[in-house]
Design a binder for this molecule. Structure first.
Ligand SMILES: NC(=O)c1ccc[n+]([C@@H]2O[C@H](COP(=O)([O-])OP(=O)(O)OC[C@H]3O[C@@H](n4cnc5c(N)ncnc54)[C@H](O)[C@@H]3O)[C@@H](O)[C@H]2O)c1
Length: 256
């Protein structure tokens, strides 16, 4: 088992990608906390669900103090909590802009800040932040989301530089389209540019635009996160790992 004896804290652990990560970590021998605003009634053995708001400094401070008392440290932190507002900047209110940064960026800052003293006690600590291919290239109508993911990418590199010498590796996983509730609401929302088509035609259009002709699953993402969390990835740090079926590798082709 690749995470035998390790402990892991996963924010957004009850979401589409978070659940796949927590379940995979538990199957690989880790003790896992899924920390989320949402619930997960049938969480698998080895996964404990706790109510947690990433935007609260008190929650981060108290949560990490409890983990330290219980586990005496922490080996793996996954910052996966996130929200997506499907609007241009003109349509985005200041409140929506601030909420996007509060969850996607401040949340990562706060949980990481209070986890660091625990991670320093590990023999091989790994932090995995959730960026997005939207932090490199933009989907139309996702302005605040794209901006938060760009910030996550820069923060990941800064954390890797600062804390690498303390034995803490920090990487970002940057997925393309992954089939989760977040993607379903993108399909159903106004920002999708559906332009009169059905959800099925939009899904097919999304598949077709990928060189691999498919979008990703939460398990695809969990496979990469598992490797980054494990000691197999001891030389991997400070990188932005794009997982997008080749989507961002291609230029749009003209129909001649
Ligand atoms: N699904 C995709 O296509 C995709 C693509 C690129 C990046 N991502 C990123 O992957 C991560 C996981 O996304 P997902 O697709 O599983 O989304 P999801 O909506 O299924 O899960 C996100 C989880 O974050 C939780 N959350 C939201 N606000 C929170 C808060 N204040 N405190 C604690 N938890 C909170 C939600 O309750 C939810 O369980 C996100 O950071 C997202 O931006 C997803």
């Amino acid at each position: 088992m690749r995470l035998e004896g390790k402990t892991a804290f996963v924010t957004g652990g009850c979401g589409g990608i978070g659940r796949a990560i927590c379940a995979r970590f538990a199957r690989e021998g880790a003790k896992v906390i899924a920390a989320d605003l949402a619930a997960w009634d049938d969480a698998p053995e080895g996964v404990r669900v706790v109510s947690y708001d990433v935007t609260s400094e008190d929650a981060a401070r108290d949560g990490m103090a409890r983990i330290d008392q219980h586990w005496g440290g922490l080996d793996v932190l996954v910052n996966a909590a996130g929200i997506e507002i499907e609007k241009t900047i003109e349509d985005t209110s200041l409140e929506e802009w601030r909420r996007s940064f509060a969850v996607n960026v401040d949340g990562m800052f706060l949980t990481s800040k209070y986890a660091l003293p625990l991670l320093r006690k590990s023999d091989g600590a790994s932090v995995i932040n959730f960026g997005s291919y939207d932090g490199f290239i933009a989907d139309p109508g996702l302005a605040a989301y794209c901006a938060t993911k760009g910030a996550v990418h820069a923060l990941t590199k800064a954390m890797a530089c600062d804390h690498g010498p303390e034995g803490i590796r920090v990487n970002a996983v940057c997925p393309g389209y992954v089939d989760t509730p977040m993607l379903q609401s993108f399909f159903e929302g106004d920002g999708s540019g559906r332009g009169g088509g059905t959800i099925e035609t939009l899904k097919q259009a999304v598949r077709d635009v990928h060189p691999t002709k498919t979008y990703g699953t939460p398990d695809d993402v969990a496979n990469l996160v598992l490797w980054l969390a494990s000691d197999e990835a001891r030389y991997a740090s400070g990188q932005l790992w794009v997982l997008d079926g080749g989507l961002s590798a291609q230029v749009q082709q003209m129909k001649l």
